[in-house]
Write a protein of this length. Structure first.
Length: 274
């Protein structure tokens, strides 16, 4: 069972990924990047959001609503050395969807297929991350079929619609049902993955190749170890004590200070303290 860490804007920056790397997820992702800014070689995008020590174990995610910008951005990411490139079709935030990007792409099947057609021969592993619905669109299976058609690296499905944002519960009945459809690519599940025992229960009820952890690892990277232990040993042995947590926080602060300065570090560390 593969364990990926999700691309999260404002969260999975270089400093946090240095912490996550110590827990050895199968793959990590940077923060998502704007195709338009990437193509303009925006300094923050290139040198901060995409800052990475190990591009063999770290992928990135791109968002945009314009076909040419997405294709050009994917090629640029490949040339920067990233071997796993994910297309964001799940972000529900209005500032993203109003431009036809994020989960709004669910209503634009033709554009997505054109992007996949134009990038199918590049030397990089392309994947999709989607939600199960957006406005009138309620047929995520068509993107599973599309992912199969172009032999993508994987499809990751989050069990919420765009309208739910992050409210209510992710519908794992839909995710599980889709995971059992015919396919030849990896199927990654996502949404409401917070507790190791609940996660393993969902895994056992589905036909997954992996999971993508997002909000559940904010403040709790030990979740990665706990899931692995429960899957491999049948029990959880990792229960971080106060000193373990304190040392991880101090280490994270040191990375933040090194990369963003003391003032920013003091402000940003708060989002990881839960």
């Amino acid at each position: 069972m593969k364990i990926y860490t999700a691309p999260m804007a404002g969260t999975t920056d270089y400093s946090f990924r240095k912490i996550l790397q110590k827990f050895k997820p199968d793959f990590l992702f940077t923060e998502m990047v704007n195709a338009n800014l990437l193509n303009r070689e925006d300094d923050t995008t290139i040198n901060e959001l995409l800052k990475c020590d190990d591009k063999q174990r770290t992928g990135t995610q791109i968002f945009g609503g314009n076909k040419d910008e997405l294709v050009s951005g994917i090629l640029k990411l490949k040339n920067l050395g990233f071997r796993k490139i994910n297309i964001n079709m799940g972000c529900p935030q209005p500032k993203i969807t109003k431009n036809g990007a994020g989960s709004a792409l669910l209503e634009n099947f033709e554009l997505v297929e054109e992007v996949l057609l134009e990038t199918k021969d590049i030397e990089a592993d392309i994947s999709l991350k989607i939600r199960v619905g957006y406005r009138e669109f309620q047929n995520p299976e068509i993107f599973l079929k599309l992912a199969n058609k172009y032999n993508l690296d994987f499809i990751c499905i989050h069990g919420r619609t765009r309208e739910q944002l992050y409210n209510g519960k992710a519908d794992w009945d839909i995710v599980s049902e889709l995971s059992n459809r015919p396919r030849k690519i990896d199927f990654i599940g996502n949404g409401d993955l917070f507790e190791a025992k609940d996660i393993v229960s969902l895994i056992k009820k589905s036909n997954l190749d992996g999971i993508m952890l997002s909000r559940g690892i904010i403040g709790n990277p030990w979740l990665i170890s706990q899931i692995r232990e429960l899957l491999n040993l049948g029990e959880i042995t990792t229960f971080p004590d106060f000193d373990t947590v304190k040392n991880a926080v101090l280490e994270h602060i040191s990375y933040l200070e090194e990369n963003k300065g003391k003032i920013v570090a003091a402000l940003e560390i708060n989002k990881y303290l839960q």
